[in-house]
Design a protein around this ligand. Structure first.
Ligand code: ME8
Length: 525
């Protein structure tokens, strides 16, 4: 049966280029990639958008500090993000930079729509501004006179600006969230957003007179667009808003904005109000995940405790980093990065449980079955067989866990199958059955274990695409989970989502370890 593929689109934040990509940025981006890879497996036409946020005071100052023009500065840093995502096996469909002409066109279109709707008006701003957040703060928000997030001095600003009348949207936003309670996940973040809206919303300035590094307002070129109004619009400008109607209609509204909890207000209050003003559909869902911490502290450039994803990938490989992110950090909660723990988890799960199971089973298949998947009638395997029964039962649970972005649960479900496979193999003792001359028993034992590893590899492929490809190769397939992005290949793969798919008598590849045990770091980083 062929079904029309559904289009699925996810986005990451666009990252500020005043610093190099760090592990926190890598975390959101890897998650977004895993979600998109899952949808590709399901046969959906999928679009992953990421990019860089290149305007604003923060970037202008970073360029000044290096003695280069803002343009030269951003051109130097933006490619580092694209390169980091490639190293992490992230398949980016579109990488938007806010200095691109297509983005400026989208920003002008959205500004004009909000202006025409009467929601942008001139006013005077007097108050506090944190350059690190690129955000205004009320006196009451400050902690000891400092920014509540960065614990740094804020700046006093007084300017005639253009204001977005956010205060007019309180009722409409509350109505929207009442009608769409699943729109923000996890649920406690929705409550946080509702609490913020109920306190009363302040209008915010969407322009800067004193800054030149930005997109001029269409009706007042003496001012440039406030960096958050500019940045949020990337989600529209990347899909042709204001320029390519067909493309825009295909991909908007987005299925999932994946962001960190630090920018939830911008995405769940400012952004929907801007879209409402312009009479555009709102994002289907926003997921505000937790922070990656190091020794319990948020990892970030301001705190100076960042880890470099490129270095870590160079040392351990993309799959290792991806697996740790998705298994060890329950998506939505904060999670700590600890290199010793990292190595222990990978060695236990991938080298030991999964890798050894495959390796020793293929070695036995080499010895007992001429390096072939054992020949047997798959349909005759009893439904109660422990691995068949578990494989069948897990199928829906894995799908649901992916649907809920519960990646840690996905990994645990697959590990359950793998660990059951290890126990089963030990108990069923095919080496003894072989000595007894019971070739039918040997065939069933080896087949059911190999098939369980195959199914686990299939389910794991959005998380560890290279490893899954390797497992498939050992099992005699030429499927490439890492690179085959064409829809056709995905539709074919969908038929692999059932226990019992492995073909009897298929030639296996010689057993080689699929994941080599990692060395524990000398000291913990
Ligand atoms: O806020 N743990 O960019 P940014 C987990 N340009 N995720 C983290 C993290 C951590 N320790 N640190 C950063 C901006 N992130 C704006 C966004 S979008 C229209 C504009 C991730 O470079 C997380 O996704 O400060 C967070 O929301 C984002 O990086 C902030 O990146």
């Amino acid at each position: 049966m062929t079904t029309t593929p559904r289009a699925y689109r996810a986005t990451t934040p666009i990252y500020y280029v005043n610093a190099r990509p760090h592990l926190g940025h890598a975390y959101t981006t890897v998650v977004a990639d895993a979600v998109c890879r899952w949808h590709r497996l399901l046969g959906h036409e999928t679009h992953l958008l990421t990019g860089t946020d290149e305007h604003g005071l923060k970037i202008q100052r970073a360029a000044e500090a290096e003695g280069v023009t803002p343009k030269a500065f951003v051109d130097g840093v933006a490619p580092l993000y694209a390169a980091a995502w490639e190293r992490l096996s992230v398949r980016v469909d579109d990488f938007i930079r806010t200095t691109e002409p297509r983005h400026a066109a989208g920003v002008r279109a959205l500004l004009s729509a909000c202006h025409a709707a009467g929601d942008i008006e001139s006013d005077t701003y007097r108050g506090h501004y944190c350059v690190a957040c690129e955000a205004y703060y009320l006196e009451s928000d400050l902690v000891g006179g400092n920014c509540p997030i960065h614990a740094r001095a804020v700046e006093y600003v007084e300017e005639d600006n253009w204001f977005f009348r956010l205060s007019r949207f309180e009722g409409r936003l509350l109505d929207w969230y009442a009608a769409h309670p699943d729109c923000i996940t996890p649920r406690h973040r929705l409550n946080e957003v509702l609490g913020f809206i109920r306190q009363g919303l302040q209008d915010f300035s969407i322009s800067r007179r004193s800054l030149t590094w930005g997109i001029p307002l269409p009706w007042d070129p003496t001012q440039v667009t406030y960096v958050w109004f500019d940045a949020l619009t990337n989600y529209l400008s990347a899909v042709g808003y204001g320029q390519d109607q067909a493309q825009y209609e295909k991909w908007w509204p987005v299925d999932y904005h994946l962001i960190g909890k630090d920018i939830i207000r911008f995405h769940c209050v400012y952004w929907p109000a801007m879209l409402m003003s312009a009479d555009l559909p709102l994002p289907t869902r926003v997921f505000g995940h937790g922070f990656l911490t190091k020794d319990g502290q948020k990892m970030g450039k301001s705190l100076g405790n960042i880890l470099n994803p490129v270095e870590l990938t160079g040392k351990y490989g993309a799959d290792a980093v991806r697996y740790y992110f998705l298994k060890e950090i329950e998506f939505g909660r904060d999670g700590d990065f600890n290199e010793t723990r990292f190595v222990q988890v990978l060695n236990a799960d991938l080298a030991n449980d999964l890798g050894n199971l495959l390796n020793r089973t293929i070695s036995m298949a080499k010895k007992y079955c001429q390096l072939q998947v054992p020949a047997l009638d798959v349909a005759a395997i009893e439904p109660e067989h422990p691995l068949k029964a578990l494989g069948d039962a897990l199928s829906d649970r894995v799908r649901l866990a992916y649907e809920n972005l519960a990646f840690s649960e996905v990994c645990h479900l697959i590990l359950e199958l793998v660990q059951t496979g290890n126990r089963y193999l030990d108990q069923a003792a095919p080496w003894t059955r072989y000595k007894e001359g019971n070739t039918a028993a040997v065939a069933e034992i080896l087949y059911t274990v190999l098939e369980s590893v195959r199914l686990g590899a299939y389910w794991l492929s959005p998380i560890v695409p290279a490893l899954s490809t390797n497992i498939y190769k050992q099992l005699g397939y030429s499927v490439d989970f890492e690179n085959s992005l064409k829809l056709q290949a995905k539709v074919v793969l969908e038929s692999h989502d059932r226990w019992g798919t492995l073909k009897p008598s298929q030639a296996l590849a010689d057993p080689t370890p699929i994941f080599r045990a990692l060395e524990l770091p000398a000291t913990d980083h």
